[in-house]
Each structure stands twice: as structure tokens, then as C-alpha cells.
Design a protein around this ligand. Structure first.
Ligand code: UT7
Length: 323
């Protein structure tokens, strides 16, 4: 059986750091409120000249270095973003050109904060079908560009960044001892789209709009949906929460992470938390957290890892990986 294994990881956070204290000068908020309600301490904001593609290219290049590969070794790029450089063409094709990938194909995928989970699952399907051998999967965002910097209920929550992984086809036995992606689940519920959306877009206002969110409602659904996804990917292959070595969740709010894993009795030491460093970077947050865990030496060969995400749409999902 073909399995998709992770053979490289890269991340990039812009140099400019904006602390909670800095935001106190912009909106009616406080460092204490932001820390207590979200766990966020600071966020990184792209320089004026940096676009989503620039962040994505840096993360992708670092993933190539990590894997010891060149752009020409990659068959496809799937870039998850809600903040593309332009309405079209896809930001992914700029990455394709920049890393020197001459053949293959590249496209963007839009599932907001669940984008990376959707992208890695989509890449897994292409690999399992035999169509491609190596896929660059990227989550990259410049959410700072679509924030209303006068709206304290949203502008304190988000940041910019990019993360990437390279997936490669490998032969497995079809058991949960195989290395690679073992199971995934994806969901969306369009009846909730108004709870987290932009108030503009190409075909509605001819602008990109700003982020609008009914935070309390989103919070409530996030805990339930993430817990469901978590259970489903494990149950689907007859594994239990005790088998998990590390949880790499979407980094939106530390209280959501705590509440989700508490349901399954997973100790906090097994959960990667990076939200304090970069706030919610939407599709970039899972690969950023994954890269952080790798750099800290928290992932060993054979470990069982869950990636999970939830965001606008609503969209949510999870991916179970044997490292
Ligand atoms: O990545 C996609 C998924 N997104 C999420 O997962 C976000 C989910 N939601 C959340 O993380 C939380 O709901 C928030 C962090 C957005 C808000 O936390 P909360 O505990 O749900 O607060 P709340 O919305 O119930 O607001 C409590 C109070 C309100 O004041 P009143 O009505 O009680 O007087 C808000 O106006 O906090 C006020 N508030 C603020 N105060 C200081 C809202 N934003 C701020 C702020 N600074 N930045």
C-alpha cells in the first residue's frame, strides 16, 4: 500500500514582532485580557514589501533544505491560504517558479484555518492514487492585510507566517505500524459561514473585505468539532488517545486546545502550543507548530501524531501520522 511520509519541514515568521502591549496603543485592549482569554503574547507581521508568496517561498525553501531536495524534485505544490497575493493566478504558481520547479502542477486551496489539514489530506490522495511521488504542502498567510485594525475583537487574534512540509510516497504494509499518513477526516458546514467570514470579496464587493467573527460562537463549535475529528481519525484505525505521542493543533486559542485534549485525558505535555509566539496564523499555524516541535526534538521516528484544525466555513478536520 502506498503511504505519504513526511520527509522535510520548513517555517518562516516575519521579523517584525507586535506585542500585546503594542496593541494597547491601537485599540481598547490589554495585555492581560489577550493573555488570559487566548494565550497570545505576540504576533509577527509581514513587512510592507512581503506578500504571502514571499513567506511561502521561504518556508518551502527551508523544507527543501531539510529534505535535501531541489525544487525540480517536487511533482506538485498545494498551498493553503485565505490571503493570496492576487485573486488569480494561484499564489502556489509563484512558489513553483521561485523554487525552480519546472514541471508538475501547483494550486491554492481555500479552507481558511483548516487549510493545511485539507491540503495535506488532498496531497495524500494524489500520492495514494499514484499520480505523483512528492508534494510540497504549504500553509501561508498575511492575515494582517485583512484585519480591521479598529476592531479589538479580531485584530488582536491574528498574525502572519508560513509553514511547509514535503510528502513522499513510500511502501507500507497497510497496518498502523506503517510510517506516513494513516487516516484523515475533513468536514465543512456551510450553514455557519456567517460566524467567521470576511465582509467582502471579488464577486460581492470587489474588495477583499475584513475579518468578522462571532468569537464566542466559534469557540463553542471549535471544541466540539475538534474533539469529534480527533476521535474519528483514531477510531477509524482502531487506535486510542493513549497511543498518541503528540497533538499538533491549529493555534487559535490556548483555551480551545486545553478544552479539546482534556476531553480525551491527554496530558498537556503531549500538546504543542505556539499560539503565544505567533497568534492565529490561519492555514500556517499547524505547519508552524509542527516545525517548532521538530526543532525542539519532540518528535521521534515511529511517533504517532495528530494534526487538527478548525476555521471559517465552518471547516474542520484531522490527520493521523506515524512519523
Ligand atoms: O481560527 C479560527 C477559529 N477561531 C477561533 O477559534 C476563535 C474562537 N473564539 C475565541 O477564541 C474567543 O471567543 C475570543 C478570544 C475571540 C473571545 O474570548 P471570549 O472569552 O469568548 O470573550 P467574549 O467574546 O465573550 O468577550 C468578553 C468581553 C466582551 O465584553 P462584555 O460584552 O463582556 O462587556 C468583549 O467586548 O471581552 C470584550 N473584548 C475585549 N476586551 C479587551 C473583546 N475583545 C477584547 C479585547 N480586549 N481585544
Amino acid at each position: 500500500m502506498i503511504r505519504s511520509t513526511v520527509i522535510g519541514s520548513g517555517a518562516y515568521l516575519p521579523d517584525r514582532v507586535v506585542t500585546n502591549k503594542d496593541l494597547e496603543a491601537i485599540v481598547d485592549t490589554s495585555d492581560q485580557w489577550i493573555r488570559e482569554r487566548t494565550g497570545i503574547e505576540r504576533r509577527h507581521i509581514a513587512a510592507d514589501h512581503q506578500k504571502t508568496s514571499d513567506l511561502a517561498i521561504l518556508a518551502a525553501s527551508r523544507a527543501l533544505d531539510d529534505a535535501g531536495l531541489m525544487g525540480s524534485d517536487i511533482d506538485a505544490i498545494i498551498l493553503a491560504t485565505a490571503t493570496p497575493d492576487e485573486t488569480f493566478p494561484a499564489t502556489a504558481v509563484k512558489v513553483q517558479a521561485a523554487i525552480g520547479m519546472q514541471g508538475g502542477f501547483a494550486f491554492d486551496l481555500q479552507a481558511v484555518c483548516t487549510g493545511f489539514i485539507y491540503a495535506i489530506t488532498t496531497a495524500d490522495m494524489y500520492i495514494k492514487s499514484g499520480m505523483v511521488k512528492r508534494v510540497m504542502v504549504i500553509g501561508a498567510e498575511t492575515f494582517s492585510r485583512i484585519l480591521d485594525w479598529e476592531d479589538r475583537t479580531t485584530c488582536v487574534l491574528f498574525g502572519d507566517g508560513a509553514g511547509a512540509v514535503i510528502l513522499e510516497a513510500a511502501e507500507g504494509d497497510g497496518t498502523t505500524d506503517d510510517r506516513g499518513i494513516l487516516n484523515s477526516c475533513l468536514y465543512s458546514d456551510g450553514t455557519k459561514h456567517h460566524l467567521l467570514q470576511t465582509d467582502g470579496g471579488a464577486s460581492s464587493t470587489q474588495t477583499v473585505g475584513h475579518v468578522r467573527m462571532l468569537g464566542r460562537e466559534v469557540f463553542r463549535h471549535a471544541v466540539v468539532n475538534l474533539a469529534d475529528a480527533f476521535a474519528e481519525v483514531l477510531n477509524g484505525v482502531n487506535l486510542s488517545p493513549d497511543d498518541i505521542d503528540l497533538v499538533v493543533p491549529h493555534q487559535a486559542n490556548k483555551r480551545i486546545l486545553d478544552a479539546t485534549v482534556k476531553k480525551f485525558g491527554i496530558p498537556k505535555e503531549k500538546v504543542v502550543v505556539t499560539v503565544q509566539e505567533h497568534a492565529n496564523t490561519s492555514a500556517a499555524s499547524v505547519p508552524l507548530a509542527l516545525n517548532h516541535a521538530l526543532k525542539e526534538g519532540r518528535i521521534a521516528k515511529g511517533d504517532l501524531i495528530i494534526l487538527e484544525g478548525m476555521g471559517g466555513g465552518f471547516t474542520w478536520g484531522a490527520s493521523l501520522i506515524r512519523w
